[in-house]
Design a protein around this ligand. Structure first.
Ligand code: NDP
Length: 266
């Protein structure tokens, strides 16, 4: 996909699915191997560094390792689901994905661990439990929302969401060659609460990671600020694409599910 703007093409990519042979897929490799594996290894290294410097690992460091470790394990456990995300299905492979996965992710997603090496925080039990619960609730919402859509799409709506047949809006769209296709947008389960409740779960989890560092410094909070910008921008980008794809059917869907991230607010 050439847009005519060299810088945009370089940044966002031209090739949709660049590969070497049958087995090496650039998007899957860069999204799903170096950065995300490094995330866990770097966090573990920070825990080891705390042990070396202070002779103990703080509960905040353990929480960061556990909560972020669950997120990474989930990625590998549900890798088939990951193939249906926007990164893989719609984005082209360029500097944005390559640099983001190999440089941005391992440096920036590990900021809490780095901070805790030099500013160790021992949380009181109540705070530690509160942060753990927030992280687990965020993870649960993230996983269940993504699972509900995956199940709904895989079974073409012939499934149960929260014990009931899912509600949905039938929609159609036209491909470039003029062929008409049909699809469904679910309006029940978490997808009836907000149009991107999976992002909301992700944000709750991200906030939990930051809270482990206490309130002495703003640096560890960079992550939640960044994730809020990333996911809000992604939400708007995705909705723009969906509106171009589904047209008036998308409008019916947004009328049925009026909020994006937080029911009643946004
Ligand atoms: P989604 O999984 O939400 O996918 C959006 C697509 O789903 C839409 O383009 C549309 O595609 C389809 N869709 C939208 N609404 C419905 C509906 N009601 N029913 C059925 N299908 C619908 O987005 P992402 O791929 O961005 O995110 C996946 C997960 O990855 C999220 O939980 C996100 O938080 C996480 N993530 C994490 C990042 C990180 O750095 N930690 C970065 C990016 C994402 P279609 O054209 O098929 O209709």
């Amino acid at each position: 996909k050439f847009t005519g703007n060299f810088f945009y093409d370089y940044m966002m990519g031209i090739e949709f699915n660049p590969r070497i042979g049958k087995w090496f897929d650039f998007k899957l490799f860069f999204n799903g191997r170096p950065g995300i594996v490094a995330w866990t290894l770097i966090n573990l290294s920070y825990a080891a560094k705390q042990q070396e410097l202070y002779g103990q690992v703080t509960n905040s460091m353990i929480l960061v390792n556990v909560l972020q470790g669950i997120y990474v394990l989930d990625f590998f456990w549900n890798e088939a689901w990951y193939l249906k995300t926007i990164d893989i299905c719609h984005d082209h492979f360029g500097w944005y994905l390559g640099w983001g996965d190999c440089v941005w992710l391992p440096y920036l997603y590990t900021l809490q661990g780095l901070y805790l090496v030099y500013h160790p925080v021992q949380l009181c039990t109540a705070n530690a439990i509160g942060i753990l619960m927030l992280g687990l609730i965020g993870y649960y919402i993230f996983r269940m929302t993504n699972h509900q859509k995956d199940l709904f799409r895989r079974t073409n709506g012939n499934c149960k969401i929260w014990g009931k047949k899912p509600e949905y809006i039938e929609c159609s769209y036209m491909s470039v060659d003029g062929t008409k296709y049909y699809s469904k947008l679910m309006t029940s389960g978490f997808w009836g609460w907000a149009r991107h409740f999976n992002y909301t779960g992700d944000l709750l989890g991200s906030l939990a990671y930051c809270l482990t560092c206490g309130f002495e410094h703003i640096l560890p909070y960079f992550y939640i600020v960044y994730m809020t910008i990333l996911l809000t921008h992604r939400c708007i980008r995705d909705e723009h694409r969906c509106f171009s794809k589904y047209g008036k059917d998308w409008k019916r869907y947004t009328a049925a599910v009026p909020y994006r991230l937080i029911p009643g607010i946004f």
